[in-house]
Design a protein around this ligand. Structure first.
Ligand SMILES: [Zn+2]
Ligand SMILES: [Zn+2]
Length: 287
């Protein structure tokens, strides 16, 4: 597959805005590739990106519990975050991040070498190509997640693996990756299928992991702020209310990012009924 690089002209570029952060990004990227080996970038760089994005994205939701005004946006107001729950979540996360995910991250360098994935700035696709590749990855991951997640809810398997993720009936950002190691690997495979399909530069690994983490932490945040959240500009984006209902109800709403698979298979019916009843009750109250 031949994608346009940042330095090549492409008819669309005449109609697209110039990326304002590109000069700064180029300088930092080139300083990194000059200074570090490909192995260091693939392994330690990927680990740092994962940890910084994960806990950076969890921080606003974590702070929200101390701001009374934010309680208005909390989806399950009757189930606040507690210190015990957050500490329990953090401990399992450390186990998952460093004993399950880090060994997988260690395979990044071998993957890039096997498929001849470049690291240099000159080979980097233009930002809008990366954006389309990330969207493609999200569509693939969401499809994988829908079907595998639905299978994990089958009575025969649920108690062995997926029950761990459902430990929190009212999720908060950090619970996004709170899962049984088997689930981390099985649902995580959906992340890599997109990479195998679209990856033409190592930057896609970081762009996709960043978007995927921001998205999964958003839907687990427990707070619904649709007007301030740019993810809601994406057609069919499911959002926090949608996945929060999955944790509250234990069935339905199996997709990770989009709402269309649940709509097609009717697994969102209980959710829409619940939302309709809540709206009716709110209307009655205001009368
Ligand atoms: Zn589930
Ligand atoms: Zn969840």
């Amino acid at each position: 597959m031949n994608f346009y690089s940042a330095n090549e002209s492409f008819p669309l570029t005449d109609y697209l805005p110039q990326n304002p952060v590109e000069p700064y990004f180029r300088d930092y990227w080139m300083a990194m590739t000059d200074r570090y080996t490909k192995f260091q970038i693939a392994t330690w760089g990927s680990l740092i990106v994962h940890e910084l994005v994960y806990f950076g994205a969890c921080a606003p939701g974590f702070m929200a519990q101390f701001i009374p005004f934010m309680h208005y946006f909390k989806i399950q107001k009757d189930k606040p975050e507690t210190f015990d729950k957050q500490w329990k979540c953090f401990k399992l996360l450390m186990f998952n991040h460093f004993l399950i995910q880090l060994p997988l991250i260690c395979g990044t360098y071998a993957f890039t070498q096997m498929f001849g994935i470049p690291y240099d700035y000159a080979s980097m696709p233009a930002w809008y190509i990366i954006a389309m590749q990330v969207l493609g990855c999200a569509v693939i991951e969401d499809t994988w997640h829908y079907f595998l997640h639905r299978i994990m809810h089958d009575k025969r398997f649920y108690k062995y693996v997926h029950k761990v993720h459902h430990n929190f009936q009212a999720p908060f950002g950090m619970t996004a990756e709170y899962a049984h190691p088997v689930e981390t690997v099985v649902l995580g495979m959906g992340f890599f299928i997109g990479i195998l399909t679209f990856c033409t530069h190592v930057v896609l690994l970081w762009a996709w992991v960043t978007v995927r983490l921001l998205e999964t932490i958003d839907v687990h945040s427990g707070y619904n702020l649709p007007y301030l959240n740019p993810f809601h500009l994406i057609p069919f984006y499911a959002g926090a209310k949608f996945h929060d209902f999955h944790h509250m109800n234990f069935t339905g709403n199996y997709s990770s990012t989009f709402s269309y698979w649940d709509r097609i298979f009717g697994t969102d019916q209980q959710y829409h009924k619940y939302v309709g009843e809540k709206q009716k009750a709110a209307l009655k109250k205001s009368e």
